[in-house]
Design a protein around this ligand. Structure first.
Ligand SMILES: [Zn+2]
Length: 354
C-alpha cells in the first residue's frame, strides 16, 4: 500500500485536475485530504480499483511458458525486489517470535504467478536465492529450493481476493493461543485493531497444506485480512508484503494485550458503540473496507467483549468440532463457510442473477 501524503496532494492539485481517484492500494493521509478539500479536488474511492498497470507487473510468459522464460521472469528486477521484501519480513517475523523452527511462510503476487518462501528454512535467515516461483496451482516454475508445503492455502486467498498482493502465515504465540482456545478475539477494545484489521475470524482446524484447509480459508478471505487458523496459527493478506505482515503484527499485539488485560483486577471498559462507529468512519475514509461499515451504533459491540474471554467454561471439545462454537456446535467460520456455499449454490442455479 502506498501512502499519499500532503506533498503528493499539493503536486496533484498543481496539475489542475479536479477529481482524484484512488483504490485500496493507496492510503490518503489526513493532510492530503485537507489539501484536496482546500483546493476543491473531489476525492473518489474505487473499491476494486483499476486493473494493475502493465508497468507494475512484468510481462509473464503464457501458461505453457518455457523454463528459460520463467527463469527470466524469476530474475527480473520486480521479482528480485519481492524476494528482498519477503526475506526482510521473514526476519521481522522471526525476531518477533512469530515463527518457530521452520514454521511460517510468505508469498507475493508477481503478475499471474507468485514468489514464495522455501520449505524447511527458518524465516529469520532466508536469502533471496532461496525463494521459489510458483503458479496458481502451486506448481514450482523456478528456484532451486523446494517451495513451502502450505502454498495452496495462500492460493485459496489469491483466488478469492484479486487485490491480495501478498500472504503471510505464521504462529504468533498470543493469536495462536486464541486459535487453540477456540476463541475469536473480541472486538470493541482497541482502535488500532478496529481500524486496521477489524474482525479476525477463526477457521476450524484442518491439516496444514491440505485441500480441506483451502476450503475453510477461502470463504473468509474476501472480508477478512487476518484469519486465525484453529489449533495452528494465523494467516493474513495485504496489498504488499509489509501490509500482510502488519496485519499479523496488529492481530498478535491485540491478542497479547487482551490476555494481559484480562488478568488485571480493574474495571474492564470497552470502546462505546458510538466510538466504534467513528472508528469505522475513519476506516472508510482511509479506503479500508470493513463488513461492518454500514452498521448502526446499536449493531456494534452488541456482545460484551469481556464476557467472551472471562469465566468461560472449558468446552474441551476436539479441534474438529471446537473453535468459536456458536449454538448448534458450529463455529462462526463454519457458519460463514456454509452461508458462502449456499450463496454460491443459489448463484449457480440462477445463472448468477439474484
Ligand atoms: Zn503453519
Amino acid at each position: 500500500m502506498r501512502l499519499f501524503a500532503q506533498r503528493d496532494a499539493e503536486e496533484f492539485a498543481k496539475t489542475g485536475e479536479k477529481v482524484f481517484r484512488f483504490n485500496r492500494d493507496i492510503r490518503l493521509t489526513p493532510g492530503a485530504r485537507d489539501v484536496f478539500a482546500e483546493r476543491g479536488v473531489k476525492v473518489i474511492f474505487e473499491a476494486d480499483g483499476p486493473a494493475p498497470s502493465p508497468a507494475t507487473a512484468p510481462a509473464a510468459p503464457s501458461a505453457g511458458g518455457t523454463k528459460s522464460e520463467w527463469e527470466k521472469l524469476f530474475r527480473s528486477p520486480e521479482a528480485e525486489s519481492l524476494k528482498q521484501q519477503i526475506c526482510e519480513i521473514g526476519k521481522r517475523c522471526w525476531q518477533r517470535d512469530y515463527c518457530d523452527g521452520n514454521g511460517g511462510n510468505i508469498s507475493a503476487r508477481l503478475g499471474d504467478v507468485f514468489i514464495c518462501t522455501p520449505t524447511g528454512v527458518s524465516k529469520g535467515f532466508m536469502k533471496p536465492e532461496m525463494m521459489c516461483l510458483v503458479d496458481i496451482d502451486g506448481n514450482q516454475l523456478a528456484g532451486t529450493w523446494k517451495r513451502t508445503s502450505e502454498i495452496l492455502t495462500h492460493m485459496a486467498i489469491y483466488r478469492a481476493v484479486p487485490q491480495a498482493k501478498a500472504v503471510a502465515h505464521a504462529h504468533p504465540v498470543y493469536a495462536t493461543a486464541f486459535a487453540m482456545a477456540g476463541l475469536e478475539p473480541p472486538q470493541c477494545l482497541i482502535p488500532e485493531m478496529e481500524v486496521f484489521v477489524g474482525r479476525a475470524p477463526l477457521a476450524p482446524y484442518r491439516t496444514p497444506g491440505s485441500a480441506d484447509m483451502q476450503e475453510v480459508i477461502k470463504p473468509l478471505a474476501p472480508k477478512h485480512q487476518s484469519i486465525l487458523m484453529g489449533n495452528h496459527g494465523v494467516i493474513c493478506w495485504g496489498t504488499s508484503v509489509e501490509d500482510a505482515y502488519f496485519k499479523m503484527e496488529i492481530t498478535d499485539a491485540y491478542c497479547r494485550t487482551v490476555v494481559v488485560a484480562s488478568h488485571l483486577p480493574t474495571n474492564r471498559t470497552t470502546i462505546p458503540a458510538e466510538g466504534v462507529r467513528e472508528l469505522l468512519d475513519i476506516k472508510k475514509k482511509l479506503g479500508l473496507p470493513d463488513p461492518r461499515e454500514d452498521y448502526k451504533p446499536v449493531q456494534l459491540c452488541e456482545v460484551d467483549p469481556w464476557n467472551m474471554i472471562s469465566d468461560r467454561p472449558c468446552g474441551c471439545s476436539s479441534p474438529a468440532s471446537g473453535g468459536g462454537a456458536d449454538a448448534g456446535g458450529m463455529t462462526n467460520a463454519e457458519l460463514e463457510a456454509l452461508v458462502q456455499r449456499v450463496t454460491d449454490e443459489i448463484m449457480r442455479s440462477t445463472g448468477g442473477k439474484s
